[in-house]
Structure formats: C-alpha cells, structure tokens
Design a protein around this ligand. Structure first.
Ligand SMILES: [Zn+2]
Length: 445
C-alpha cells in the first residue's frame, strides 16, 4: 500500500470533495481509502507516506478526442496558398499529412504526445487515427506506445471513402482486427471502437457497414459530426435533414458512440443526441483554430447530453480546453455568467463517465474502489480551495503550473518531473529521431 499525504485532495465526480491535509491510500488494483493524513496514517501504519506538503492532488485527466498522428504537423509549411475554410484545411494540411505517414513514423507520432500526456497528468486518451498509406497494423503501432508509457488508451482507425474502395475496406478491416485482437488480449487498459472520419466522406454503403460492425462487435462509432456547416450541406444534398439525421437513420447514434464537435447542430439535432444518449466531445481550441464556430454547449447540456472535453490533437491535455471554454462561451454570448457549471461538469463528471464506459472501470475520480490514477501538481493553493471554487483553481491556476507526479493504475509514470519508464538520455534520443522523421515527412508532404 502507498499513501500520498499532506495534500490538498480534489476528488471530482458527482460528489466532489476537497480534503485539506488529505491523503489517498492505493495500490495497483485500486484506491483503497481517502481521508485526512492522520486518519490514513492510523489505518495503514506500515504504509510508506509521500508527503506533498500541501500541494494539490487530483485524478488523472481524461482526453476524450485526440489525434496522435498529428504530431509532425508542428511547424510544417503548407505548399499551397493558406486555406480559406475548413474543407481546404483538410485538403491542404491533414489529408496530405496523413497520406505522408509511413509505418516507421507511427510509433513516434504516438510516443511524443504520450510523453506530453504523462508530463501534464493525462492518464486516459481516446484516439482517432488516420494513415491511409499504412492502414494495416497501424493501431497496434500506437498501442505499443501506450504499453511502453503505461497509459490507458481507446483507439480506432478513421474509415473514409475519400481515398477509394480499397482503403475504405482496409479501414474496416483494421478496426475489426484490432478490436478482436484486444478482446483476446484481455488488457482492460487498451480498448477500441470503430472509427469513422465524418459523414461527408462516407457513402451510405459504408455507414450501413459500420452499423453492422458496431452491432457485431458490440461497440460504438467515434466520428466527427457537423464540425463545419459543409458536413450538413453534404448530408442535405444526400436527402437528409442534417448530419445527425443521416447518422441517426443509419443507427449510429446511441450511448456507445462518440460524436465529436457538433458545432453546427440545431435544436432538432441536439434533441436527437439527447434522446439517444449519444456522447458528445467538445474541442474549443480546435474549433477556434479552424475558425468553424462555437458549439451550442449550453443547449446540449440542457438536453442532458454527456458532453466532455477533447483536444482534437492540439495538445495532450484538455485542461487548456477547459480554461478556453470558460472564456470562449462568455465571449460568444457576450455574457460573463455563462458556462461555469457546464464546463465544470464536463471536465470532472462527464469526461470520467465516458472513460468508465470505454474501459468498464471507475476512472477520473478519487474515491474508494476507483482506479489509482493520481496527479500531484506543483501547486500550493495561494487562496482557499473549496468544493464551490475548485473551478477557479482549475482554470486560473493549474494551466500555469506543472505536474510533479503522474500515477496511472497505481504505477508511477513520472515522479518529481522524471519519467520513470525511460532510461537516461532516451527522451532526447526519441525527440532527435522524431525531428528526423518529421523533416523527411515534410519533404514528402
Ligand atoms: Zn478530430
């Protein structure tokens, strides 16, 4: 048994508590107890206590929409004129970058952001992968990086018709093979879904096939939805009311599916998502960066949709998305009262709830029986922390602090800033190799 003590413990979850001079007792199976440091010392007299001197301890962060493959895009120069809209961003950047990826690139495109995840206290990531010229085996390459880091991951390959039938078929095969292989492996920290790019690059036949596969493998789909109005315009051209209407008619909505963005969802769409209990992931920084608009978050939450945060590849941690959502929705509505309760719930309740569904275990909360995913921040609260004001510390304090210790499933992945699973000099070597591979990808791009 290990104990982190003399901490300011934030539990998150439906019954969020702040415990001053608090402690958490845990091992690799679960969290055994939480309480004050004195209480836990008496209960577990033989346990070793790590004294964090009042620093903040909270659950490992969950990122519900990530693109690890976007790693080599940092600093890339586009060869064409700068894109003027969302579809051009896909055509001139992402659909060229994903085609330039080779099997050699995949492991490092995952390792680099996963190291960032560890450094930023993110212990669970839901990824959406694309590499049209190396589809078969691509998810296993990413899984290898998750295993090396000891992080929890849900993976999928984004099926699309945009590159022809052969690649579409290969996408289906990769998802199905990987899901079946994981079921045999019985590793509860790696799970998978069926990835779909977006309605506007998928034929009716592919959507039908995805629905069948979803039923056959007892899982959901992870898909971009109405990120830009162009996605709706395409669905309307095909004879549907909207993207959500089209996906719903193909039975792809539901509590096992993740619909990402929903920026251009109207009241009718939002009602459909609410009634079908479809999960929605909000990525405010990505939406702002692509200039696609601001998702109708308040309306979604009013329909009791479980909206949570993702980063869409912008970085490993959605903590910054929480801070940005807090100001974006006030700015958008020109109303400083907006979004406190919604953003708080998305980060501390809904994010963990979706992870719980995907991994079938309690994640993202500090309570007895939950997985021991713990983060110690180098943040000694300079103002009182209470159940009612934790949001203020999350949005105005933590984004400017660093993580000292990251623990996933009771295993220490980083302590006092040192990554536990890398040898001396290994991180420098990984980054050097990453720069080489990125340079060569930029030449192929
Ligand atoms: Zn995305």
């Amino acid at each position: 048994m290990k104990i982190i003590g003399h901490a300011t413990v934030l539990t998150f979850g439906e019954n969020h508590k702040v415990i001053n001079d608090g402690a958490v007792a845990f091992d690799e199976k679960k969290i055994h107890a939480i309480g004050t440091t004195d209480e836990l010392k008496k209960r577990f007299p033989k346990a070793k206590i790590k004294n964090v001197k009042g620093r903040l301890v909270m659950p490992g962060i969950v990122n519900n929409h990530m693109h690890l493959y976007s790693t080599f895009a940092r600093g890339i120069s586009l060869k064409d004129a700068p894109p003027t809209n969302f579809v051009e961003i896909l055509e001139r950047l992402w659909w060229r970058l994903d085609k330039a990826l080779t099997p050699d690139d995949l492991y490092l495109t995952a390792m680099i952001p996963l190291l960032d995840a560890v450094r930023n206290g993110v212990t669970t990531l839901v990824d959406h992968h694309a590499s049209p010229n190396c589809i078969g085996g691509s998810l296993e390459a990413l899984a290898k990086a998750f295993r090396k880091c000891g992080l929890r991951g849900n993976l999928c390959y984004e099926i699309s018709d945009r590159d022809g039938q052969e690649k579409c078929d290969a996408g289906f095969e990769e998802n199905a093979n990987f899901i079946r292989a994981l079921k045999l492996e019985n590793n509860s920290d790696l799970t998978a879904m069926i990835g779909l790019h977006a309605s506007f690059t998928l034929s009716d036949t592919s959507l039908e096939r995805a629905a069948e596969l979803m039923k056959g493998l007892n899982t959901g789909v992870h898909i971009h939805v109405a990120e830009d109005q162009a996605d709706n315009e395409d669905a309307i051209k095909r004879g549907y009311r909207s993207v959500v209407d089209r996906l719903h008619k193909f039975k792809l909505t539901g509590p096992d599916s993740i619909f990402v963005h929903g920026v251009n969802c109207d009241a009718h769409d939002i009602q459909t998502l609410g009634l079908t209990k479809t999960n929605v992931v909000h990525n405010p920084r990505s939406n702002m960066n692509n200039g696609v608009g601001c998702a109708p978050l308040e309306k979604m939450m009013a329909e009791k949709i479980d909206v949570s945060f993702g980063t869409d590849g912008m970085s490993a941690s959605p903590l910054e998305d929480l801070a940005v959502a807090n100001i974006l929705h006030k700015h958008e509505a020109r109303d400083p009262r907006k979004i406190y309760g919604e953003a708080w719930r998305m980060f501390t309740v809904n994010g963990p709830k979706l992870a719980h569904k995907l991994f079938k275990k309690k994640i993202g909360v500090i309570e007895e029986g939950a997985m021991a995913d713990l983060v110690v921040w180098d943040y000694i609260p300079p103002t009182p922390v209470t159940e009612g004001n934790t949001f203020g510390h999350l949005t105005f304090g933590l984004p400017f602090s660093r993580v000292l210790t990251t623990i996933c499933q009771g295993k220490t992945l980083m302590d006092e800033g040192k990554i536990a699973f890398l040898e001396e000099g290994e991180e420098e070597e990984l980054c050097a190799r990453s720069r080489e591979l990125a340079q060569s990808l930029w030449e192929r791009f």
